[in-house]
Ligand binder design. Structure first.
Ligand SMILES: [Zn+2]
Length: 283
């Protein structure tokens, strides 16, 4: 079964966890590691013959256009991760539209194919921000991959969202982040911190469980998650653990994952998936 491999292309200092320590005004002064780390991921994908979707921050594309062209020339899908990495839950509809339009204006000239997809910073498409899916459609996007169908996280998630691809009222397709059904509970297995912090075999068994229910998984990782050499800043203990633990193991783990499962772009997975249900408004 074809699963979706995706990378949220941002630097270590863009992470929401860092916003209290590295404000936006300091970004330009930080040591950028995104080009180096993303290039390493491109090399691994080339070695394993995998095509991925790169949800790229407009801010990054503005500074590293050659990196975006390299992704495109290698046959990967370019999509948007917003321009300034602001959470939709922190923006007005007008601010969101301006930020999304700005990212598209930077990314479109760098991609040989249309930009079709969006991934929200910190999965901030929630019940309160479903209006954003109308904006995405209006600006020419075809899909969103931001909804986390879980109800237990304090900052994001739609607890009763479908687990597979579905269609928003605007006609925009949603490919939600992946959870496995384990004894009636929804357990995330989409990658990121869950992949880095838990033993590899946990992720493998949860993905197998999804695939055995004929459900492809959407996997994601950030370039900084494979970079033990990134600058270290002082964070509260729990945030430091979440950001810095197992950075030295993640690239090897990703390689193992690429050997254990079949991966393609989000667009490839959506094309392969014929199962779609409609999300009714306000639910
Ligand atoms: Zn992000």
């Amino acid at each position: 079964m074809l699963n979706a491999m995706s990378i949220d292309v941002e630097d270590w200092f863009h992470v929401y966890n860092m916003s209290g320590v590295v404000p936006q005004s300091q970004w330009e002064k930080c040591e950028s590691r995104v080009e180096r780390n993303t290039t390493q991921l491109l090399e691994l994908f080339a070695k394993r013959g995998v095509k991925a979707t790169f949800f790229t921050l407009g801010w990054v594309a503005e500074r590293f256009p050659a990196l975006v062209r390299a992704m495109d020339e290698a046959g990967h899908e370019i999509a948007t991760h917003s321009h300034m990495h602001r959470l939709i839950t922190h923006m007005t509809p007008e601010e969101f539209e301006a930020d999304l339009a700005r990212s598209l204006a930077v990314l479109r000239p760098l991609s040989s194919r249309p930009i079709l997809g969006f991934r929200a910073p910190s999965f901030s498409v929630t019940k309160k921000t479903l209006w954003a899916t109308d904006t995405m459609k209006r600006l020419g996007l075809e899909y969103d991959s931001s909804v986390f169908p879980i109800g237990f996280h304090p900052d994001y998630g739609i607890g009763d969202a479908p687990l597979g691809a579905y269609t928003h009222p605007s006609g925009l397709t949603e490919l939600p982040m992946s959870v496995a059904n384990v004894m009636g509970r929804r357990v995330p297995c989409s990658g990121g911190g869950y992949f880095r912090l838990l033993p590899y075999v946990v992720t493998r068994s949860l993905i197998r469980r999804c695939n055995s229910e004929s459900r492809p998984v959407v996997f994601y990782l950030h370039p900084w998650e494979i970079d033990p050499g990134q600058p270290r800043v002082q964070l509260p203990a729990s945030k430091a653990f979440r950001h810095y633990n197992n950075l030295d193991r993640t690239l090897g783990r990703l390689d193992r994952l690429l050997k254990d499962f079949e991966f393609g772009t989000v667009t490839d997975v959506l094309a392969a998936s014929s199962r779609a249900t409609t999300l009714t408004g306000g639910q």
